[in-house]
Design a protein around this ligand. Structure first.
Ligand code: SAM
Length: 257
């Protein structure tokens, strides 16, 4: 749960044959790279809060349950509260999919910007695979605690359509996983805003760099979304190619230069 099981083949059941070779490389590195006892004590209040929100007790749900028990894993996935991100393995396993699609396990030393980094699991995985990663996210007590305890490098900032206007840094990969950058209000970024964001982001890419977005479904929003298909259609017009992760559109654009 908090690192005890990283060295065991817990993730095998979830990851399947395609992802297992990446997990076999990443998880021992992750196990060795962190002080898990320190991590556990740092996130323990969040874990307690998660148990309380879900009507569970410490004895009812422990690391051993997550390892062996499908019901426990389903309980976690369907549970209430962002504190569930204190668990490591299930979320890092999710991140193996974009790693494989982008071949990040076949290179090292890429400069990566993880927009909307949340609990930091993608950043963490990329770091143990040998990349140089910076997360970006809004201030959020849960994610701040988890990322700090994991030692994930982050910038606290709001990503807006003009986010890349003044940024001089270059990246081999800029990506946003399950984030549409508008968590408040009923509307989403309009097409013009996406166009500006994409065109300025690609200028921050190295010559072989890529911009990747795993689009989140936002059922009740107006404007271009996944649900009304306007957003994937617009990104296709902007030169992205379409892939899928868990039935969600995963859009990748290469630097044109
Ligand atoms: C659904 S979570 C995804 C987290 C992580 N990428 C993952 O896949 O587990 C969306 C994240 O995007 C962040 N976010 C949403 N809008 C943002 C914005 N405008 N600027 C920065 N972060 C934002 C949220 O705080 C949250 O951490």
């Amino acid at each position: 749960m908090f690192g005890e099981s990283l060295h065991k083949p817990v993730w095998r059941a979830v990851a399947g044959a395609e992802l297992t070779p990446i997990a076999e490389r990443a998880f021992p590195a992750l196990q060795a790279s962190r002080d898990w006892a320190r991590y556990r004590s740092a996130v323990d209040p969040l874990y307690g809060r998660w148990l309380a929100k879900n009507g569970l007790t410490r004895s009812a749900f422990g690391p051993q349950d997550l390892e062996s028990n499908q019901t426990a894993r389903a309980t976690l996935a369907n549970s209430v509260g962002e504190e569930k991100f204190v668990f490591i393995e299930p979320w890092v396993v999710q991140m193996l999919y974009p790693v494989r699609l982008l071949n990040l396990h076949k290179s090292e030393g890429l400069r990566i910007l993880d927009l909307g980094s949340g609990g930091g699991h993608f950043s963490l995985l990329c770091e143990v695979l040998g990349h140089d990663v910076l997360g970006v996210d809004l201030r959020n007590e849960t994610f701040d605690t988890i990322c700090e305890a994991l030692g994930v490098r982050r910038r606290i900032a709001t990503v807006t359509p003009t986010y890349f206007d003044e940024k001089p840094e270059r990246y081999d990969l800029i990506l946003g996983l399950r984030v549409n950058f508008n968590i408040v209000g009923e509307s989403v970024w309009e097409e013009e805003a996406w166009t500006h964001f994409v065109e300025t982001a690609v200028r921050r890419l190295t010559p072989a760099g890529r911009l990747a977005l795993l689009l989140n479904t936002q059922p009740n929003k107006t404007g271009p979304t996944v649900k009304n298909r306007r957003l994937p259609a617009h990104l296709l017009r902007l030169g992205f190619s379409l892939h899928a992760i868990d039935n969600s559109p995963f859009m990748v654009r290469r630097n044109a230069s």
